[in-house]
Write a protein that binds this ligand. Sequence first.
Ligand code: ATP
Ligand code: GCO
Length: 178
Amino acid sequence: MDAQTAHIGVRPRYLVIMGVSGTGKTTIASGLATRLGWRFQEGDALHPPANVEKMSAGQPLTDTDRAPWLALCHEWLRAQVEAEQGAVLTCSALKRAYREQLAGEGLPIEFVHIDTSADALAERLKRREGHFMPASLLPSQLATLEVPGDDEPVIRVSGEKHPDLVLEELIRHFQAED
Ligand SMILES: Nc1ncnc2c1ncn2[C@@H]1O[C@H](COP(=O)(O)OP(=O)(O)OP(=O)(O)O)[C@@H](O)[C@H]1O
Ligand SMILES: O=C(O)[C@H](O)[C@@H](O)[C@H](O)[C@H](O)CO
């Protein structure tokens, strides 16, 4: 545990920051990784090019499309657990089955579900520029989302609070549990 992490007093964790497109996964994940000195991976960067092309064309992904992507995400998580340095991955992880695949082989994965209202999401995606995901896919994202159950290792946060407040809330949560 380096000086910064020791100062904050949080043991290494292995987090998947999840939720629908536009909910704030990259914002929160990168903020956590920076504050805690943990490794960060943008899950979208692990998509096969065909998946990005499909979404860019306004077509929702299928379970078959997501399978190789989720396998790469799981592999990244497994390598981080072995490295024991703490890690944060962004991944929509919309379905329970996807979350089970990410946490497969008994990996100690925790999910942070960022929940944002449909209206706020629509407004954000309408304004967002330079991203491959069209706002037209928001309804399919919301329809596909299976909100994590209380039986899943999930921490629920709001996507409509200021990101700095969410980061402080998460770090306090980790400190209280350690
Ligand atoms: N709490 C927030 N309040 C207001 N705007 C936010 C908040 N969090 C993120 N945003 C904005 O919403 C947009 C999407 O944020 P971000 O890229 O982090 O989401 P994402 O879930 O990673 O999206 P995607 O999955 O589509 O890549 C960005 O323009 C970001 O600045
Ligand atoms: O599961 C999915 O349908 C996709 O992963 C999307 O969620 C994108 O990755 C991301 O949200 C891009 O905006």
